[in-house]
Ligand binder design. Structure first.
Ligand SMILES: [Zn+2]
Ligand SMILES: [Zn+2]
Length: 283
């Protein structure tokens, strides 16, 4: 949502750049934010680009067709993501769909850069120089990997899009308890994946009020993100995937309301609203 009302927090869709200690590059998601990042990369001397896609909903891939390094022989681009087990389609086949000639003038196979695609498994560790990247299935209407990127000392966890599961069965339903146990186990595993991370970047699309009518759409809310950040003992938590209709001012009001409502005497984690082009140094 570019425009005067989103200048502070930004109007591009999801894209996160991570640099390791040897300057190795990992990009999480290829939303419209990857376009300005691509322009920055053109003026750097780096030639290997590693992109991890959480899932293929538009807001997480729509910058990719316009990613300028992919038009140049200079670059080797590795694209990683989960295979969709329902359709059987790998990450390459799904990304090629948005560049089908009905939707875009240049097809994926016509690009000049050397692009490699990798379907990765949950829990598999991919080494990128000093960094290790692993995926975990976060709950969303389509297959969605959140990623943990770490070196020997520090870590970042990004959820991709994620909705916390809840038990919608009636209390007297004979299946209620089995369902409840399943949900608790999944929630526990999700928290473990985030455990003790230095930076947690978490889907926080809605307020609790808005969430009531958006259940099942696959997103988190301010309260669930604050509680999860505390439960996982993250050091810093960045709330992201801002609801597109929210102005900068409205976003700050929602954030302050949620912090006030969930206030605690504990100093950690520290919560922030994710802001476009903000740089965080972790050491
Ligand atoms: Zn999504
Ligand atoms: Zn999304």
């Amino acid at each position: 949502m570019p425009g005067a009302d989103t200048l502070m927090y930004g109007g591009n869709t999801t894209c996160i750049e991570i640099r390791g200690k040897q300057n190795e590059l990992v990009i999480l998601d290829a939303g419209t934010g990857i376009y300005p990042l691509g322009l920055d990369l053109l003026s750097s001397d780096l030639s290997v680009i590693n992109i991890f896609i959480s899932h293929t909903h538009w807001d997480h891939i729509q910058g990719l067709p316009m990613f300028q390094p992919s038009f140049s022989h200079k670059y080797k681009i590795n694209i990683y993501g989960p295979r969709d087990l329902e359709s059987g389609l790998g990450i390459k086949e799904r990304l090629a769909k948005q560049m089908d000639r009905h939707f875009f003038p240049i097809q994926l196979d016509d690009l000049s850069s050397r692009i490699n695609f990798f379907d990765i498994e949950e829990g598999e560790k991919i080494r990128i120089g000093s960094l290790k990247v692993s995926g975990f299935k976060f709950h969303h209407p389509v297959v969605n990997f959140g990623y943990r990127v770490e070196d020997d000392f520090n870590s970042i966890v990004f959820t991709g899009d994620h909705e916390w599961l809840s038990n919608d069965l009636e209390l007297n339903d004979p299946e209620w308890e089995t369902q409840q146990k399943k949900i608790e186990l999944r929630t526990q595993k999700t928290i473990e994946f985030m455990r003790d991370t230095d930076v947690l970047i978490i889907d926080t699309a809605y307020t609790v009020e808005e969430y009531k009518t958006k259940k099942g759409w696959g997103h988190g809310n301010f309260d669930s993100s604050i509680l999860a950040g505390r439960e996982a003992n993250a050091k810093q938590v960045y709330l992201t995937h801002h609801e597109p209709s929210r102005t900068d001012t409205a976003l700050e009001i929602c954030f302050q309301d949620a912090l006030q409502k969930n206030r605690t005497t504990k100093k950690h984690p520290v919560f922030f609203l994710a802001k476009e082009r903000e740089k965080i140094k972790i050491e």
